[in-house]
Design a protein around this ligand. Structure first.
Ligand code: BGC
Length: 474
């Protein structure tokens, strides 16, 4: 409006340049050199070893959880499955068909079911009743209530898995905090809730982390997909590890998918040197202070808040917006993570006016720079972590060079330029060539895939147990 223009004229160019310099100074702690990133990558490598160790895993910040997924798809899987997907942006129920002849995984139907805030932080019983009720309604609508279909449950939280269908929640993350679930078997809680509904049944259940679902859904197409990565509301990765290194599970042959839970990297203070005052503040004001430190520097649930805190501080220091902090900008959560990518794509006058701010052109450039810097740090940190995983697979196999595929999902990955992530992984893991496949609905289709692979293996292994090891694909 006119008032903005008037305001613009009052800022002489020199002043604008000084302002940008101040902003750059402020952002310095967010810029990580390649050497620092290399160092972060090595720290994660050490933590991964700690997480895998029989005696060190109890205290390990990076949990390296066995998933009991021992093989990626071989293309012979088939059948109809149900899938539940909890822990991303939405809760969803799906009906999935795995078609052997066409090598396709089809989403027959799916439905989003909102989880109200009071349920996210209510009791576990309420949560699982809600889930079971949504599933019931879905089955009713699809005319599937009389069938007993196997179910893949994508539950994207750190779980100590005892078997493919026994999975104990270690802790909630990402805004969930239901009482009475931590330390309990989630499959059991689901089954009990289904029983309480009383008017339908479910078949065998397979528990799946979203990273695993992502890897497996890409694996039906590309059988060299051995890493799954999520950069969405939260962040995490899984990969195929040699069984002989998985000390917590019996058996030496073949491989098992390990859910790294790299979001917990730094929970022992190991990232303290790169945490800025804004990262510390985001952690302090979260519902789970002290945990998932790495995730809080990277993922969608927190990036917007980091930017907001930067904006507030720089305005208070009279660097931005003529020193006027709006009421709205002071509200936690008011700066959504999706604004960052919108701003990076150049359209953002409306975002700022909705936040009750008045800006000059210099402010606009500054805001752009702030968003760029925060999202680029996220990409670089992810690259450092991914490089550690890729290098681990390579050294495990004694290879000079590793070619492998990463299945990826998550809004932060999809909405931001990925060139930076790719080129940084390449710099940090020069002996690995990674191909990225963006998973389409990994959490849904992948859960069905895991269930299908588990069934395939179970049906063969009860016939010819000794040959079990030959089923490992890689
Ligand atoms: C959870 C992981 C999950 C990731 C991505 C994290 O908060 O701990 O289990 O894979 O978010 O959704």
């Amino acid at each position: 409006g006119p008032c903005v223009k008037a305001h613009l004229k009052t800022i002489p160019p020199l002043c604008a340049r000084v302002l940008l310099l101040c902003v750059k100074r402020f952002l310095e702690p967010f810029r990580l050199s390649q050497k620092t990133l290399q160092d972060i990558s090595s720290r994660l490598t050490q933590d991964m070893i700690k997480g895998l160790g029989r005696h060190s895993h109890h205290k390990a910040p990076v949990k390296m959880l066995p998933t009991f997924v021992r093989a990626t798809p071989d293309g012979t899987e088939k059948g109809d499955f149900l899938a539940l997907d909890l822990g991303g942006t939405n809760f969803r129920v799906l009906h999935v068909r795995v078609n052997e002849d066409e090598k396709s995984v089809l989403k027959m139907d799916s439905e989003i079911c909102a989880i109200p805030q009071e349920i996210m932080t209510g009791t576990g019983e309420q949560l699982f009743d809600h889930i079971a009720a949504c599933l019931g309604t879905f089955l009713e609508k699809q005319g599937l209530k009389e069938q007993v279909l196997p179910l893949g449950f994508t539950f994207s939280f750190p779980c100590e898995q005892k078997e493919i269908d026994k999975s104990i929640l270690i802790r909630w993350t990402k805004g969930f905090n239901c009482s009475g679930v931590e330390g309990r078997d989630v499959v059991q809680l689901l089954k009990e809730a289904v029983r309480r509904q009383g008017d339908y049944e479910i078949g065998t259940v397979a528990m799946v982390n979203d990273t695993v679902g992502t890897m497996m859904s890409c694996g039906y197409r590309d059988q060299s997909c051995e890493i799954g990565m999520i950069i969405g509301t939260g962040t995490n990765a899984c990969y195929m590890e040699e069984m002989c290194n998985v000390k917590r599970v019996e058996g030496e042959g073949g491989r098992m998918c390990i859910n790294t839970e790299w979001g917990g990297f730094g929970d022992d203070g190991s990232l303290r040197d790169i945490q800025t005052q804004f990262d510390l503040e985001v952690d302090r004001s979260s519902i789970n202070p002290g945990v998932h430190i790495f995730e809080k520097m990277i993922s969608g649930m927190y990036l917007g808040e980091i930017v907001r805190l930067l904006l507030v501080k720089m305005t208070e220091d009279k660097i931005l917006f003529s020193g006027k902090v709006s009421e709205k900008l002071r509200t936690s959560g008011a700066f959504l993570t999706k604004f960052i990518s919108e701003i990076e794509h150049g359209s953002f006058q409306r975002i700022l006016s909705d936040l009750g701010l008045q800006w000059s052109t210099a402010d606009l450039r500054a805001v752009h720079l702030i968003c760029d810097t925060v999202s680029s740090r996220s990409a670089q940190l992810c690259a450092a972590a991914l490089a550690a995983v890729a290098n681990r697979i390579r050294t495990n196999r004694g290879l000079d060079h590793l070619d492998t595929t990463v299945g990826v999902d998550g809004t932060v990955f999809k909405k931001h330029p990925t060139a930076e992530l790719r080129s940084m992984v390449h710099k940090l893991a020069p002996k690995c060539t990674l191909k990225f496949i963006v998973s389409e609905d990994g959490s849904g289709k992948g859960a069905a895939m895991v269930t299908a692979v588990a069934q395939r293996i179970a049906s063969v292994s009860c016939l010819i147990k000794p040959h079990y090891a030959t089923l490992f694909k890689h």
